[in-house]
Design a protein around this ligand. Structure first.
Ligand code: PAF
Length: 286
């Protein structure tokens, strides 16, 4: 595996790969790897001749009040993991190389970016779209792999790729969870022991909604109420950011579940802001 620190080195590697007619898969990451990242890399390895992983805590997707400076970092361990998983190139750029002082161009999908997490993180998806498009262009990747935990992120990136005719195929992998159901996240390190005990109930609440749909409940407000009642008992230290039932592609809010729908949430527990989601099944026809 080669480790690349500059865009110039990256361009030279991708030129070589193009001359070799090798297909390229990109796994964009912010590092501090867990089994979820490892799954993205393993899957990416099966998609293309060359696998490149970017490791960049992208400053433009953090508001000034957020955790850019404290975001967990461990480049040494991450490098060893990427190497062991057969990554061909690990790209670790400096923010000053990714963004010129007078950087002035932004990519956004404004309506989708305002929904769900966008309400509390107004510049987040603009930063994600901009950095991902730059990475897609720099790596000339044929494929890129994202996780389902960030459902809104992958839905917005799919729309960006479609609307701008970016020649890349996006793949989404299922969320990897702890044995108690907690979705893996680099931010789980922020959880104290009481918060860690409460956190698995996030997914248990979402799973409750899914079983209620199976039993015939299709009203989004009723599903939401049932989950909130469950969380009130099981996550007493949690502060809800949002819990919504939305269309899986457009993310538009739904009042009834008539076909598979996403129930997505963000909950603050201590200093951690945890997100999760579940694909609610289509209701059975009666
Ligand atoms: O999901 C993430 O880790 C980030 O949002 C991404 C896609 C690497 C862009 O910075």
């Amino acid at each position: 595996m080669i480790t690349i620190h500059t865009k110039e080195e990256l361009k030279s590697i991708t030129r070589t790969w193009q001359n070799e007619r090798a297909s390229v898969c990109l796994v964009p990451t912010m590092g501090y790897y867990h089994a979820g990242h490892e799954d993205l890399m393993r899957y990416g390895r099966t998609l293309a001749d060359r696998l490149i992983v970017s490791l960049f805590v992208n400053p433009t997707q953090f508001s000034p009040s957020e955790d850019l400076d404290s975001y967990p970092r461990d480049h040494k361990r991450d490098t060893a993991i990427a190497e062991a998983l057969g990554v061909d190139a690990l790209f670790i750029p400096e923010p000053s190389d990714m963004y010129a002082n007078d950087h002035a161009t932004w990519v956004e999908v404004p309506e989708m970016g305002k929904l769900l997490c966008g309400a509390a993180r107004p510049i987040h998806f603009r930063g994600v779209c901009t950095v991902c498009l730059k990475l897609f262009l720099l790596t000339k990747a044929n494929y890129a792999v994202f996780g389902e935990k960030d459902w809104q992120q992958q839905a917005i990136l799919r729309r960006m790729v479609r609307d701008l005719d970016v020649d890349i195929s996006l793949h989404t992998r299922p969320t990897v969870r702890e044995s108690d159901g907690l979705a893996l996240s680099s931010r789980n390190v922020y959880l104290g022991s009481v918060e860690r005990q409460e956190a698995p109930h996030i997914f248990k609440g979402l799973s409750l909604a899914s079983s209620l749909v199976t039993q015939g409940e299709t009203n989004a407000a009723c599903l939401r109420d049932s989950v909130l009642q469950y969380w009130a008992k099981t996550i007493p230290h949690g502060r809800l950011d949002y819990l919504s039932v939305v269309d899986p592609e457009s993310l538009a809010p739904l009042t009834e579940v008539t076909s598979p729908a996403i129930m997505a949430c963000a909950i603050r527990l201590g200093t951690a802001r945890l997100i999760d989601n579940i694909l609610l099944p289509a209701p059975k026809r009666t």
